[in-house]
Design a protein around this ligand. Sequence first.
Ligand SMILES: NC(=O)c1ccc[n+]([C@@H]2O[C@H](COP(=O)([O-])OP(=O)(O)OC[C@H]3O[C@@H](n4cnc5c(N)ncnc54)[C@H](O)[C@@H]3O)[C@@H](O)[C@H]2O)c1
Length: 430
Amino acid sequence: MVGTGYVGLVSGLCFAEFGFETLCVDKDQSRINSIAKGVCPFFEPGLDDLLVKHLNSTKRFSLSNNLSESLKEASVVFITVGTPTKRLENEADLNDVYAVAEKISENIVNYCVVVTKSTVPVGTTRKIKEIISQKSSSDKFDVVSNPEFLREGSAINDFMHPDRVVIGTENKKSEDIMRQIYRPLYLQKTSILSTTIESAEVIKYASNSFLATKISFINEVADLCETVGADVQDVSKAMGLDKRIGEKFLHAGPGFGGSCFPKDVKAFSATAKKHNIEFSIINAVNASNESRPRRIASKIKNRFNNKLDGISIGILGLSFKPNTDDIRDSTSIIIANELNKSGGNIKCFDPHAMTNAKEILPDIDYCKSAYDVCKGSRVLIIATEWNEFRALDLKKIKELMKDPVIFDLRNIYNETEVKDMGIEYHGVGK
Ligand SMILES: NC(=O)c1ccc[n+]([C@@H]2O[C@H](COP(=O)([O-])OP(=O)(O)OC[C@H]3O[C@@H](n4cnc5c(N)ncnc54)[C@H](O)[C@@H]3O)[C@@H](O)[C@H]2O)c1
């Protein structure tokens, strides 16, 4: 596995769990050192235990920061490096991916299958093939696209029990090797789909963009609900019971964030544009989502006539979703930043994401618990729906806060119950 981020480390450990000898490589030496000591460089439920198990008691999992050396041993190389959005453009930045391809081209000894697991625009895997071909003969390798669908927060379970595995190949030899690798899943009847390389690359972006579209769709419906006296939770529940629609990803909130949806929506649209296709729907999703956290921040400011000076605002949750410490494109951070710039005194708490948040938002207060945040605050914003925020003691909150106003951006509280406690309540789409 080249890259020991959320995808590389999880996949590497899960493949070791399947019984394969796995070597995880990263150019970041401190990351490798930390993993070698049994410390995951990020929070992912269950990953510490799996890491310690494979470091201590199986001989199947090893680590290195020397990619050139590592490649000599490998029969299958998974590229799992990051593909963030380019600065000032919507395209995916493929520098890390192509840097790995260069190294592979220089160091192949025996035949190997080079697999793109990073999310990459259609055409990238062919480009990787071109790069490798410059220094290695074509009988020494094959390229495959095998996009990853795991979610942070449930990554191990998603890897071990995926809805489907997609394998994009251009010949039977590499397809057979990939099917052998995923055989443990095949035995548990996971759908393994063989496609062309191009289809596999498109499948990943189309899937993420479709899910993002559902979120933006219900968010805009929520805006209408707020003005006409409807309740978006009733609307989405009834919509979701229609099997053609499905209940997932119909929760109104502050917009989607994280390390995948925002960048993938942008990159998918940029790819289409390169091929003279105008993705009007995806473009609208991107625009709608980009403006959403700032609109939510405006709504909070409006409640105080746009005068936040001296108002103490508590924020619960900084990660882009529960069960991760990932704050990349987190809407909570955008909202915290907006309210901070507008003069609010921001206090916050997150069970796992505060260390990361401090690096980009150093000048707000970080508290030890949710109740600590409430102490003396006028406003409480539930920004990320960690389980531990779902059943807070409302009586205690009422006592700790001053004339409390709650903005529940994830609709996890019952409006009537909160209001009955004498607390002002604002959900989303209600
Ligand atoms: N995070 C997710 O939930 C998720 C899910 C599915 C797919 N993906 C995709 O998988 C890819 C990886 O995502 P991630 O979140 O795991 O990334 P990440 O940013 O967490 O980790 C990437 C790792 O790659 C390493 N790296 C970069 N260049 C390298 C090189 N030349 N040699 C060795 N190591 C190198 C970095 O040091 C870093 O540790 C992205 O394309 C992403 O879109 C991510």
